[in-house]
Design a protein around this ligand. Structure first.
Ligand code: ADP
Ligand code: MG
Length: 459
């Protein structure tokens, strides 16, 4: 049993844990501690290593990935021994059960407090979405659906358009709204890539697909991003269609995004396309000049900057077809001026573009690094950008972020965006994790060195 440590008894352990929670509250705030640490307890294993017992595997992964370091420093303050060997373990009776449960089914109560910590980017709200002629219809229908999921005739709703135009932003805004305004109980945001990966894993481990499909039955609002990835995957399509029909038949809301109009996605089942097209299909176009200016202003404002109109106009004129790139340039500009202490002027903006132009196509950038890392680990670039916590993906992703930060001048925020729209804190976390691992793990060090050799050709 894990209940005692040397002379420590369970009530003493409990007291230590309570003190630990107090310390954690100073760093993380009460909400996070209540959500993640209150349901946990401290024990020690037979080698006297601390073990945190958590309600289920999802908690174990989440705490390990996000809060391990801070927990260690809190326990350090309480003189806990062997703290570097800390482990996270689901409660005994939960282990079997949670193995089977997809970690993506988001419980509304966690989400209410923590939605920025899950797959939803906290900036992707309706409030932060600039509406212009190019996206007004999509915006309005997305809002209507968020206000009354499953109750409008926009079901399923499909938003399609080229990359970087705000599809994921709108999709997640629906999720944020539904959670905040309580219009849906169980909300799930998942990318088609993650759906495919989870389905494959499930089949590998469980062999039957019924239990996979069942996990989606209690969802009220399903937000599924980038459905074009279902192309050429007939088995997964079949399972998705099963879930999809089931939810629609019970008047649950489904919203999807795609880079093409659904009937233009190659190799998709006919009856699936027909169901997609029977709902509402709306598109997003590249924003016009005024909308691009408004977007830049909004993004700068979110970062606490008010930029000169000249600067805004200059960037808006240079980048015309992709909002992600527009935003990336702005972040780069802000980062470079923060770094050099220069003011943000039209000259500094020009320098940024100069930088862009002089860099030839062989120069090292995030894309090249992602390509090399994916190749090295034998996974796809899309998997690298996907929102999965699986180690065979998350480890390569962390390595890729680490190398991008080390070898390119990209701002952390830009790196986060290039890795599936992640927050900059995720990038910091990934880099630190790899840095630490490389210190004591030869394999990690090797991986880094090999990849660095591979990217030399771009330098
Ligand atoms: P997509 O999913 O279509 O590839 P995203 O939703 O990831 O594009 O958008 C890329 C970036 O551009 C995101 O950071 C998003 O916030 C931003 N963006 C796109 N359109 C808008 C808009 N109309 N207002 C504010 N930000 C936008
Ligand atoms: Mg997207």
């Amino acid at each position: 049993m894990l209940t005692t440590c040397g002379k420590l008894h369970s009530n003493e352990l409990e007291n230590i844990w309570i003190k630990c929670l107090e310390i954690l509250k100073n760093f993380l705030g009460e909400d996070s501690v209540d959500t993640w640490f209150k349901p946990a307890k401290l024990e020690f294993d037979e080698k006297n290593n601390p073990v945190i017992i958590v309600p289920n595997a999802f908690f174990a992964d989440f705490i390990e990935e996000n809060y391990k370091k801070i927990l260690i420093s809190a326990l350090n303050k309480l003189n806990i021994k062997n703290i570097q060997n800390i482990a996270f373990k689901p409660q005994e009776n939960e282990i079997e059960q949670t193995k089977k449960v997809a970690n993506v089914i988001i419980n509304k109560n966690y989400l209410k407090k923590q939605n920025n910590q899950f797959n939803l980017n906290s900036n992707y709200t309706f409030e932060n979405f600039i509406v212009g002629d190019s996206n007004r219809f999509s915006f309005t229908t997305a809002l209507a659906v968020a206000e009354a999921p499953g109750k409008t005739s926009f079901n399923p709703l499909t938003i399609y358009g080229n990359t970087g135009l705000g599809k994921t932003h709108l999709l997640q805004a629906i999720g944020h709204f539904a959670i905040k305004e309580d219009t849906a109980d169980n909300v799930l945001y998942i990318t088609a890539q993650d759906f495919i990966n989870q389905y494959m894993d499930h089949i590998k481990n469980n062999k039957d697909s019924i239990s996979f499909v069942k996990k989606f039955y209690n969802i009220d609002l399903l937000l599924i991003d980038d459905i074009h990835f279902f192309s050429k995957k007939p088995t997964t399509q079949k399972e998705f269609f099963h879930i999809f029909s089931n939810l629609l038949n019970s008047h649950k809301q489904i919203v999807m995004t795609s880079d093409k109009k659904p009937d233009m996605i190659p190799d998709m089942m006919k009856h699936m396309i027909n169901r997609f097209m029977s709902g509402l299909v709306v598109d997003i176009q590249p924003p016009n000049f005024e909308t691009r200016m408004a977007i830049l202003k909004k993004k700068a404002e979110l970062d606490g900057y008010i930029l000169d109109d000249n600067v805004i106009q200059y960037i808006a004129a240079k980048i015309t077809s992709n909002v992600r790139e527009l935003e990336g340039t702005l972040i780069k500009l802000i980062a470079s001026t923060t770094f050099t202490g220069k003011d943000i002027t039209i000259e500094t903006a020009k320098e940024i573009f100069q930088d862009k132009i002089t860099k030839n196509e062989f120069s090292l950038n995030t894309e090249n690094i992602q390509k090399e890392v994916a190749e090295y680990f034998n996974i796809s670039v899309n998997q690298l950008r996907a929102h999965t916590r699986k180690r065979n993906i998350s480890y390569p992703r962390n390595i890729a972020m680490y190398i991008t930060k080390k070898w390119t001048k990209q701002a952390l925020r830009t790196i986060g965006l290039d890795f599936g729209g992640r927050d900059y804190s995720t990038v910091i976390h990934a880099c630190k994790k790899i840095e630490n691992m490389a210190k004591y793990n030869k394999n990690v060090k090797n991986d880094i060195e090999n990849i660095e050799k591979a990217i030399k050709k771009y330098m």
